[in-house]
Design a protein. Structure first.
Length: 296
């Protein structure tokens, strides 16, 4: 309990420092935040921004456990580190999954019921011109101090009418990320620092399509056979006779490896490469172009 409110905490013996989210501290008016000079890094040597230091009266039943913690906008939940375990003379029984604190009856520990989402947060105030696409500078919160950063995806989100976060693949970093935001309105739109652009979802590469190659091959063959059959049927009888249709079908069968069999078999190439020099400009912008139904 913290000031009468139940607060879930993550006990992490691998973290040297106890951390609390800045959003949690801001919800309590009577908590004083002091300046802090301590520097903290995550597992991948990414610096964690520290916004101050606090002393919190965590209550365990009737016992008050004064806890000194660093405040950070980069974390999503309270993390009780090894410093807290030492301060309160804790004994962690991994076999029984309990924690003895100051010799008091054991506290039963439970696994995480859910993994906290990594949020994508705007780093600085940004103005999006009308009918323009802009790469907004953002950061991603840390779900674990020990887990290395990984590539992630932020999905399509409507921030407000006419202002959208486009689906963007994010590199394995936590700061200075570029997230595509599109303003489809005729007026400039402002995005304030601290605005959440959505959640960062983990992604993984899909290699060689399906795990079951036999089923995949059978499915591919039927898929291609259906495409070829449909293509031959569309040939006009008044122009193409039966012999020519057979020749077309044989040609398509011979070149069947040129057909795409799904979303993930297109691959990539390095035959064409280019670079974009933005010079002194911080953001890349691209005007949104209207396309009519007739394609003009």
């Amino acid at each position: 309990m913290l000031l009468g409110k139940a607060v879930p905490c993550l006990v992490d013996s691998g973290s040297e420092t106890t951390l609390v989210p800045k959003t949690l501290i801001e919800s309590y008016r009577n908590v004083t935040v002091r300046p802090a000079t301590t520097q903290v890094w995550a597992a991948n040597n990414t610096p964690i921004q520290i916004d101050g230091e606090v002393d919190l009266p965590l209550m365990l039943e009737e016992d008050c456990l004064w806890t000194r913690a660093l405040v950070s906008r980069d974390v999503e939940e309270v993390t009780l580190g090894s410093d807290w375990l030492k301060t309160h003379n804790c004994i962690w029984d991994f076999g029984r999954k309990n924690l003895l604190i100051r010799g008091q009856p054991a506290v039963i520990l439970s696994s995480r019921k859910c993994i906290k989402c990594r949020r994508v947060i705007v780093q600085k105030n940004q103005q999006i011109p009308p009918r323009t696409e802009v790469n907004v500078k953002a950061r991603v919160t840390v779900s674990s101090m020990r887990a290395p950063a990984e590539e992630a995806l932020v999905d399509l989100v409507e921030l407000k009418p006419g202002l959208y976060v486009d689906r963007t693949l994010l590199p394995a970093e936590n700061r200075n990320l570029r997230v595509c935001v599109v303003n489809t309105t005729t007026e400039a739109q402002k995005i304030a620092a601290g605005t959440c652009l959505g959640n960062a979802s983990s992604v993984s590469a899909v290699i060689n399509g399906s795990e079951n190659s036999d089923l995949a091959t059978a499915s591919d063959n039927k898929f291609l056979a259906d495409i070829i059959e449909e293509a031959v049927k569309r040939l006009p009888d008044t122009v193409v006779d039966a012999r020519q249709k057979r020749e077309v079908e044989e040609l398509l069968q011979e070149r069947r490896n040129l057909f795409s069999r799904g979303t993930y078999d297109m691959g990539s190439t390095n035959l064409v490469q280019h670079s974009i020099d933005t010079r002194q400009y911080d953001d890349d912008r691209q005007l949104v172009t209207s396309v009519s139904e007739d394609g003009n």
